[in-house]
Write a protein that binds this ligand. Sequence first.
Ligand code: ADP
Ligand code: MG
Length: 683
Amino acid sequence: MFIDGFGSMVFSEKVMKERLSRDAFDRLMKVRNEGSPMDRSLADEVAAAMKDWAVENGATHFTHWFQPMTGSTAEKHDAFLDRDKDDNPILELSGKTLIKGEADASSFPSGGIRETFEARGYTQWDPTSDAFVREDTLCIPTSFGSFDGAVLDKKTPLLRSLEVLSQQAKRLLKCFGQETKYVYPSVGLEQEYFLINKEDYAKRRDLILTERTLFGAPTPKGQVLEDHYYGTIRPRVKAYMKELDEELWKVGIYSKTEHNEVAPCQHEMAPIFARANIAVDSNQLTMDIMKKVANRHGFVCLLHEKPFEGINGSGKHNNWSLTTAEGENLFKPGKEPEKTYKFLLFIAAVVKAVDDYQELLRVSVASAGNDHRLGGNEAPPAIISMYLGDKLRTIVDSIINATDLKTAYEKAAKTEKNDDRNRTSPFAFTGNKFEFRMPGSAENVSCTNYILNTAAAESLKQFADRLEKFTGKPEFESEVKKLIREELTGHERILFEGNGYSNEWVKEAKRRGLANIKSTPEAFAHYGDEKNVRLLTSHGILSAEEIKARTNIGVQKYTNITNIEARTMLIMAEKEIMPAVIKYSSEIAFGIESKQALGLDVDHELKLLEDINSHVKALGINNEKLKKALEKQPADAMKAAMNAYKKILPVMEEERCIVDELEVLVDKQSWPYPDYTDILYYV
Ligand code: ADP
Ligand code: MG
């Protein structure tokens, strides 16, 4: 394996070059890179070559692989099998089938769009993302929409945003006399995950139904010794990572870095960055493969953002930069200040984008799971701010203060500090890219990236509108400087170099007027803000109706998850915890009687019994409270989500508090679940 087997299951450019005619290959590359239209003859040739290659690699079936609004991927398998005119079985994949497939849209969330659009949906081949073979199936990456043209997936807006970003970046580069065929965002996604034993998982209804522990008293150790981060990897985990790498390499994913994370049994995998749409597709596939490989090693891979209380949760850092067709990274700082106005302008564009669309970025990472993580002093707060690092900040300050840029550069060159060490910042410049650290580990980060791309495209558009008038004129340079200065000054409030986990920052951010959106429903309430709708509609990413639909889907999912969690809690409390605790306390009571008969001291047992009893009573009362909270819920989607946040979650927290205290009081043998120590510290 390794290099030889890398990408062996991918219908890659190399394979295409070998198997397609020269003309078809060239035309396909134009479709991939420049968005030129696909015609039937080309599709037929590609389909035939793809099918032959897939069959040689063990495939009997094919599937249109797509990303509906559920957040995961969907597939429907068809055999290549067909019947020819002489009634013989043949293997077939036509260009028509490659390009378009039907999928019943009514089985996927549409957020209400179905009322006005047909239920029939279709999948459409995305030629920018390579097809691949998994087990016996050729997977063809596709987008998903309704026959009336409504977007029903996560991929389409991302693909659109790439086009928009490329157009605007090209315009701005042209102002500097630079021509390039296209500009695309490069994205590197660091994926965090937990590995736990299958046996422990199987014993816990909360993990099975919600992927997180709804109860669980803290372990005495937790992560206080900080001995897990980058620590020696357990042999079983090592074997898992090895097989994971091999599986990922086969499908062409450049899995590169793997290490232990901060929390016990938490790990991370980071692939080498790729074009944004490829990176997102690969990440969806990675999450799927992670889970499947875990199963073969007696593990369950948890991608939930907060599987355990009291220890770190998992995120998915979105590293993002802009690259030209020639491979130039537009965020790579130059050495001489005079030549770096282009660089600073692109930086200013991102600063402006993040400040102007902070609420939208928050929406893009909003989920029930991630709410437990953001602001928990382990991940960025719910406030979006940017960290530029000492070097870049020195330069930016000199621009804002209109002081000498050359001196600033000299000063910046002398700053010793490593630029990317502020881990508390949600959006950090890390030398030649930006790292957005808010996305949750389970998220499909397509939304994060199309928001980021479109917001950046809007800044670039405004800059280009202004600078195009000066292109080639002597005032060009001074206009550029003026623009950079105005933008950085105007958006200085989003820049923050301090400790993002501190309480002072919460106060300071409020003073600066930055948004601090603590919950998913509150975040989604901003999706439809006028400026956000304007951004997404004016660039043709989503229609106002599609934004509404996505808002509905987001908040409904939140409500559903909260309801499932609350109901799971109730079942665990009533059917498993209460009976176990009552049984245990009865044993103590019997013990007390016999001991008293012998004239022995029973003070300790009595105290324990009283303590347990009062907790049982409190739990009973809280169960009723929780049932009540679940009983009446508003019909309106947004109101229901707010209700879940304000009325159900607090009762769930109370429930957890009582149960976790009980767990400490009750004999380990009587407790119905493996505890945190059992789960987190396996060998
Ligand atoms: P850290 O843990 O320090 O944040 P890692 O090395 O684990 O960093 O991950 C960094 C990620 O950023 C990797 O996926 C890497 O490929 C990606 N990356 C590196 N350079 C760029 C770039 N120019 N644009 C986008 N992503 C990048
Ligand atoms: Mg990182």
